[in-house]
Design a binder for this molecule. Structure first.
Ligand SMILES: *Cc1c(COP(=O)(O)O)cnc(C)c1O
Length: 409
């Protein structure tokens, strides 16, 4: 968007010309606690005055340990946990794969259609979409295998939405057995709710079947929670909706309250299997970023942002839920907490994607002062990711703009 930010607060971005925009993008699901959240500012200010950097592998400090302990306690499952901190989502995913390979002594990595895992060499290789993420940037990393993801609106197994989870699990499992062999797979890496792919919520049974397959074959199950984690979907981690407990999970975007940090949290026996010095990073888990993340977690807890995300989901359903029936160009409406999407089609029967309709809606919203994001393998999805601290009034005002733009199609 042709906007240069001057300041931001409570779901509003003010540009250098003095225009105000309602933010339904949150810097791509980063500002779950809002921009410059008070407890983040306080923690960062205090830390930046004491020391700005040591490199945790050289000289430890309390903030890193405190953050690890908080994430270890929040991560689903009863196993003892460990955490490692890096600088970004891509780096978190890279390290999760390194850990899984070292722990299992295997190389193969299974990922899914429509997946986004980052833009470094390994993570762009793990990402599904060529344009704009991979095109011209090869050769890609080896030993990566892609399986169908359950996308109930467009089931790869040809099943109706309510059977898509089982149908796609059957396809993925048969393909892993036949094309790789379960005992050669180091890890299965999956976004429990896909973000860039278009807010795709897998059908019932999909992830539990895959998790069972992983258990049976000694495969490390990694949930990439970089976008859907940190209270976004109305649970702390999106996998909690879907009946699975991952062995490792990755965090980043919403973790640092706007400062850069990524994390891997998971089973202590897996994390501790790596040789000393095998994992690390000069800046990873920087003290200022750790302080910011501790502040962001305190905001989530003290302001009840997990349940606030659920309330936002109810507002989405009330305002957008009927658009699918009323506007033929809206093929699908998907809502999980404060993460929602409208998928546009040229024809509701053939479901032919209509990226131009999504672009028209975005352009109309942008010119009316609402920041929104595009998504989807077919570029035909409008994605809605407000800061969780946005007021009802602002949210409803922005959704009215969106609704008007959609009805104008
Ligand atoms: C954004 C994202 C990443 C990459 O995070 P960066 O901080 O941009 O490297 C990885 N996985 C998912 C699911 C993401 O949404």
């Amino acid at each position: 968007m042709p906007i240069f930010a001057e300041r931001a607060y409570g779901g509003i971005v003010v540009d250098v010309d003095g225009n105000s925009f309602i933010d339904l993008g949150a810097g791509i699901a980063v500002l779950n606690v809002g921009s410059s959240a008070p407890l983040v500012v306080e923690a960062v200010t205090e830390q930046v005055q004491r020391f700005t950097h040591t490199c945790f592998q050289v000289t430890g400090f309390e903030g890193y340990i405190a953050l690890a302990e908080r994430l270890n306690a929040l991560a689903p499952g009863t196993d003892e946990k460990r955490s490692l901190f890096l600088n970004s989502g891509a780096e978190a995913v890279e390290n999760a794969v390194k850990i899984a390979r070292s722990f299992t002594g295997r190389q193969a990595v299974v990922v899914f259609d429509h997946a986004f895992h980052g833009r470094t060499l390994l993570t762009m290789s793990l990402t599904a979409k060529a344009m704009p993420y991979k095109s011209g940037f090869g050769p890609f990393a080896p030993e990566i295998y892609r399986e169908p993801f359950s996308y109930p609106y467009r089931c790869a197994g040809g099943a109706p939405p309510e059977r898509c989870g089982e149908a796609c699990a059957d396809l993925a499992i048969a393909s892993m057995d036949k094309q790789i062999g379960g005992n050669r797979i180091a890890c299965l890496l999956v976004e429990p709710v896909q973000g860039e792919g278009g807010v795709i919520i897998p059908g019932e049974g999909f992830l539990p079947r895959l998790a069972d397959y992983c258990k049976e074959h000694g495969i490390v199950f990694i949930a990439d929670e970089v976008q859907a984690g940190m209270a976004r979907t109305g649970k702390m981690f999106s996998c909690e909706h879907l009946g699975v407990v991952p062995d490792l999970l990755t965090t980043a975007k919403g973790l640092g309250g706007g400062l850069p940090i990524g994390g891997v949290t998971g089973r202590a026996d897996i994390m501790d299997a790596i040789h000393p010095g095998g994992l690390g990073s000069t800046f990873g888990g920087n003290p200022v970023s750790c302080a910011a993340a501790l502040g962001a977690l305190s905001e989530i807890e003290s302001r009840g942002l997990v349940s606030r995300a659920q309330e936002i989901g109810e507002i989405f359903k009330a305002r957008l839920g009927n658009l699918g029936e009323q506007v033929p160009a809206v093929g699908d409406v998907r809502v999980i907490g404060a993460m929602a999407a409208l998928e546009f089609v040229a024809n509701p029967l053939t479901k032919e994607p209509d990226p131009a309709a999504a672009s028209r809606v975005l352009a109309a919203c942008h010119s009316e002062g609402v920041i929104l994001l595009k998504a989807g393998t077919y570029d035909n999805v409008v994605r809605i990711l407000p800061p969780l601290v946005i007021s009802d009034d602002l949210l409803i005002e922005a959704l009215s703009v969106l609704e008007k733009a959609v009805r104008a199609l």
